[in-house]
Write a protein that binds this ligand. Structure first.
Ligand code: NI
Length: 182
């Protein structure tokens, strides 16, 4: 396993639409291992391939609480197939937009189909934090960021801040572990 660098705003790669995985080979297994290592080290609760610069539709997630054992989840080629009319709001963050949090309203429940690491197809229903997180990650595979779901004023403000920070030498990406970042 290897710790990979997480790319951050305003890196243009975050806007790429990732390619579907055609074959789940050793390279995909290695990618998933690296993504878990990187996500746990950050720490975060979810990570999409593009966040380490790999434009493949691969998502890892772990929503377990600190005192619990890890519950690693892998989604290959995840696709949202249904969303509920009911909405819910979470304060979201993103490992690619460190130390920025904003409330985002999304469907409370979704159905998602995906392949597991053995290439087996699944369709599950997710709700609550799980539903929010999978929507956030599937957005990443489509080049969409959570700040696209907030007001233009707030989005422009945070984008400007990150553009400015990227120009400053030694842009540190220290994060607090208090909020969830995915
Ligand atoms: Ni994210």
């Amino acid at each position: 396993m290897a710790l990979r660098e997480i790319i951050i705003l305003p890196d243009k790669r975050l806007r790429l639409v990732s390619e579907p995985v055609k074959r789940i080979d050793a390279g995909v297994h290695k990618l998933v291992q690296d993504m878990f290592e990187t996500m746990y080290a950050a720490p975060g609760i979810g990570l999409a391939g593009i966040q380490i610069g790999v434009a493949k539709r691969v998502v890892v997630m772990d929503l377990s609480k600190k005192e619990e054992d890890h519950k690693p989840l892998v989604f290959i080629n995840p696709e949202i197939t249904w969303t509920s009319d009911e909405k819910t709001t979470y304060e979201e963050g993103c490992l690619s937009i460190p130390e920025y949090y904003e409330e985002v309203e999304r469907p409370e429940r979704v159905k998602v189909k995906y392949l597991d690491l053995d290439g087996k197809a699944h369709e599950i229903e997710a709700k609550g934090l799980f539903a929010t997180c999978i929507q956030h990650e599937v957005d990443h595979t489509n080049g969409v960021l959570f700040i696209d779901h907030i007001s233009k004023l707030k989005r422009d403000r945070v984008t400007k801040k990150f553009i400015k920070a990227a120009k400053t030498a030694g842009n540190k990406t220290a994060r607090t572990a208090k909020q969830v970042e995915a």
